[in-house]
Design a protein around this ligand. Structure first.
Ligand SMILES: Cc1cc2nc3c(=O)[nH]c(=O)nc-3n(C[C@H](O)[C@H](O)[C@H](O)COP(=O)(O)O)c2cc1C
Length: 276
């Protein structure tokens, strides 16, 4: 902890701040779960871990459709075992955090093309739907995921550049110029591997990647720094989550993007079925 604070001190100093041990490390999961149940959303989605069967039963009793995030077939099967309705199979191309919760992170860096059909084969006999995530940027990608047996896709990076996305201008600017080789999966922001655009913070802390405290400790230690950078409109110390497909993101209003995706998906599906 002392070393982690020491490493962050020069970065904090640029904003006239000092890193400190926070009063709490993260949100209270139990309190969050109770709030979620009280809201009774139609669909609930979980990542970073797995629910116990008692929590699952309460969600089902509240009428919620439950999605669990998996980065390996073992994780997908674990979600099927606790009664998930669907599993989001998240390939290593995806922007943001890896949801891995079994085995080690490095071995769980499986690409969407390898992960989705393996999850489909494992979960289809169990009646659990697979949602493909990671690197899907256009209608061709949706058709490809469907060909692999996915029932739906989950897209993040494609929607980040929509005007509706609540991101600051520094992040938006970085996304506009980024390509696949500008992203990297790193623990330096939160202590948990997450794919982000490489910036000064990633470069500076990269030599210490293996020594960084685990999530949620590093997440809490870097929080005030990232908030100060966001307020200053400074990209150097922001966690700018983005997937490998970032260069294909189109800055359209969300509704127009969805319409475009639907048209492209229809065209790609028709082209595939027209093939001899
Ligand atoms: C900025 C950002 C924030 C995200 N936050 C969450 C989250 O809170 N929970 C979650 O399950 N997935 C989260 N994701 C992952 C997306 O839901 C989705 O699975 C992923 O972006 C798909 O890969 P793509 O970025 O290549 O489209 C996030 C992704 C991004 C880019």
């Amino acid at each position: 902890m002392a070393r982690a604070l020491e490493r962050l001190a020069p970065l904090y100093a640029e904003f006239g701040l000092q890193p400190a041990v926070p009063a709490r490390w993260c949100e209270d999961f139990r309190a969050q779960f109770e709030a979620l149940l009280a809201a009774r959303p139609a669909v609930t989605s979980f990542t970073f871990g797995i629910l116990g069967s008692a929590d699952m039963a309460r969600l089902k009793a509240a009428g919620c459709y439950v999605i669990g995030t998996a980065t390996t077939v073992a994780e997908a099967l674990a979600w099927a075992d606790v009664g998930a309705d669907a599993v989001c199979a998240s390939g290593m191309e995806a922007g943001g955090h890896r949801g891995s919760f079994l085995g080690d992170f490095a071995a769980s860096m499986i690409g969407t093309l390898a992960l989705v059909p393996a999850c489909v084969d494992a979960l289809r006999p169990r009646g659990v739907a697979v949602i493909a995530a990671g690197g899907i940027m256009d209608g061709r990608g949706i058709a490809a995921a469907q060909a692999l047996g996915a029932e739906a896709v989950q897209m993040g990076t494609a929607f980040l550049v929509c005007p509706e996305a609540a991101i600051g201008s520094a992040y938006r600017q970085a996304l506009a110029g980024a390509t696949a080789t500008d992203t990297r999966t790193t623990r330096i922001f939160s202590g948990r591997p997450a794919r982000a655009i490489v910036n000064r913070m990633v470069e500076q802390l990269r030599p210490f990647e293996d020594e960084i405290p685990a999530y949620p400790v590093q997440n809490a230690l870097t929080g005030p720094l990232r908030r100060a950078a966001a307020q200053a409109g400074q990209a150097d110390y922001l966690s700018m989550w983005a997937g490998q497909g970032v260069a294909a993101a189109r800055p359209l209003p969300a509704a127009a993007l969805v319409a475009q995706l639907a048209a492209e998906w229809r065209a790609a599906s028709a082209a595939l079925s027209a093939h001899p």
